[in-house]
Ligand binder design. Sequence first.
Ligand code: UDP
Length: 329
Amino acid sequence: MKILIVGGAGYIGSHNVRLFLDRGYEVVIVDNLNTGHMSAVDKRAKFYKCDIRDKAELKAIFEKEQPDGVVHFAALSLVGVSMKQPLEYFSNNVYGMQILLEVMKETGVNKIVFSSSAATYGDVEKMPITEDTPTNPINPYGETKLMMEKMMKWCDMAYGIHYVSLRYFNAAGAYDDSSIGEDHNPETHLIPLILQVPLGKRDHISVFGNDYDTRDGTCIRDYIHIMDLADAHVRAIEYLLKGGESQIFNLGTGDGQSVNEMIVAAEKAVGKPIKKEYAARRAGDPARLIASNKKAKDILGWEPKYSLDKIMETAWLFHQKHPDGYNDK
Ligand code: UDP
């Protein structure tokens, strides 16, 4: 079986590429390398440098490769940046999806697994969040992910393109051998920023808000290991290949950690104290996001395996080995 992975050089994409290859799939990667890294590309996969908005090039790749399915990670994903540059997000994410779906329709590829986000839900009162929770994104990033889901829904109805949309909570950790991991520029995510303190790259971690209505006043998130996410993608493709109907699934552990608890977990992995300072709230941050993962368990047979300790351990190994990221740009 041949899977075309769009955005396979990015953080979540590159870990998926590994797992699909390890599970015996033939993998073709399409990535424009704007935010992805060539160093993260597995040599066993075939690689095309291409922006999915370049329809002629993308279509030529599809015609040549004739994949059995597509897994789509190629999107901009920083909430804060999206608030300032929404049009870039609409172009990369929404227009990119439009071209991808056009090419799939025109080349007869009718299965897609999509990298969606808990940001589609917005600020939710009732936890845990189920797939039936109303979607009210509070930033352009989440809005684009929701629009992309809706595009797939209508294309399923009109053209029979079946999809599985996976709404991730907080992707975290790295591949066990620490050869690939998280490297964003700019880095805005909590775990890499915490670990920059023991790496000597930052004096302290700023905790964005300690006056939330949570157990310790700091925001609560559901951190899920990147290889648990990858496992869900392989299951989702297998589900579609077996003829499964289109679905949306949450991917999270079902458990939440506060920012302060994450710092304590990092101190445990690193073996020394990590300096923190309380700072103002960050705009667009909901107090609490915790997934109900029952649907993915029931339908995909998915079960997260990595503990919080393992998430921190693998992240710390990767960042120690790559203190300046991949350094390939
Ligand atoms: N956060 C923080 N300090 C930082 C970066 C993040 O306190 O330097 C908090 C942020 O407010 C959120 C949580 O950590 O509550 C996770 O943020 P991240 O950007 O990693 O993921 P998000 O939940 O925004 O997708």
